[in-house]
Design a protein around this ligand. Structure first.
Ligand code: PBG
Length: 307
């Protein structure tokens, strides 16, 4: 609701149209099952898409990282606004950073991607952490730390920023250490891909909110995920950023990681190329990196699943 409200404000401002918020609860919001078990594919987006196709709403706001990589023909990704902070963060007791956690600390996350990289990070410092699967909204998650049940929880910076709770962060995990989920921190504004004059006009109006750099980056990240044939619950991190020389943007770098959830083995590679100017170029960057990662044994690492 927070992020949809922010997009609604931007749409009002940019298009001058009136916008009404319609609250829709998705399966992912209510289910307490672990994402690794329910498969994750589309659990946060399906109910919104059904409302779109039934004509109950005209556009939907998703967290881009929750979107399955295949785009349905009857829906259009009308805009990808400028990305928020893509990093994962730690909310720990007593203001602790990750490196200050005691050996054997209990860290809440059910994400195989976070487990793999946090366990690898801990190993680098001669520590072990015990990852504990958790679900629920921000209050529930942070509540485990406040009640003393866990030493820390891992969350996305973007989610906390959007609800104005970034002051609870005790450590921002650098993308050099923990690569975020493909698309993390970005939003997707989706509408019907119909060919009526109304649909076409809405797509054109929403396109005003699109940020081409964010779109290119998340397209490359999602292409990597798709080419690895991994789902959103797989231990895959990816992050594309721009390399600049002063004010002049030179290239786009795409980094990717796959690992076993115990953090004992990671395949982490990066590639750099001209800033993609088309959808196909961004897709190619992700596919190329995926091919290199698969050649280094990435598929064998993804087969292993957390339960
Ligand atoms: N998996 C649920 C989900 N989808 C998007 C975000 C965070 C916000 C974002 O990445 O834009 C979260 C929660 C989290 O990972 O902490």
């Amino acid at each position: 609701m927070a992020q949809s409200g922010q997009v609604a404000d931007a749409v009002r401002q940019v298009t001058g149209r009136a916008v009404e918020l319609v609250e829709i609860t998705t399966y992912g919001d209510v289910s307490r099952e672990h994402l690794a078990q329910i498969g994750g594919t589309g659990v946060f987006v399906t109910a919104l898409r059904e409302a779109l196709l039934r004509g109950e709403v005209d556009f939907a706001v998703h967290s881009l990282k929750d979107l399955p990589t295949a785009q349905p023909d009857d829906l259009a990704l009308a805009a990808v606004p400028p990305r928020e902070d893509a990093r994962d963060v730690l909310v720990a007791r007593d203001g602790l950073t990750f490196e200050q956690l005691p050996d054997g600390a209990r860290v809440g996350t059910g994400s195989p991607r976070r487990m793999a990289q946090l366990n690898a990070y801990a190993r680098c410092h001669g520590l072990t952490v015990e990852t504990v699967p958790i679900r629920g909204n921000v209050d529930t998650r942070i509540g485990y730390v406040r009640k003393g049940e866990l030493d820390a929880v891992v969350l996305a910076a973007a989610g906390l920023n959007r609800i104005g709770r970034s002051e609870e962060v005790t450590d921002f995990l650098s993308v050099d250490t923990v690569l975020p989920a493909p698309g993390q921190g970005a939003l997707a504004i989706e509408c019907r891909a119909g060919h009526t004059a109304q649909d076409t006009a809405l797509i054109a109006a929403l396109a005003e909110l699109d940020d081409p750099y964010t779109r290119a980056a998340v397209t490359a990240e999602r292409s990597l995920l798709a080419a690895l044939e991994a789902g959103c619950s797989a231990p895959v991190g990816a992050y594309a950023d721009l390399l600049a020389d002063g004010q002049i943007v030179k290239e786009m770098r795409l980094r990717g990681v796959v690992g076993t959830t115990d953090g004992s083995t990671l395949v982490q590679l990066s590639t750099t190329g001209p800033v993609p100017e088309t959808y196909d170029q961004a897709m190619a960057l992700g596919r190329e990196l995926a091919a290199e990662m698969l050649a280094k044994g990435a598929a064998g690492l993804m087969g292993e699943r957390a339960h």
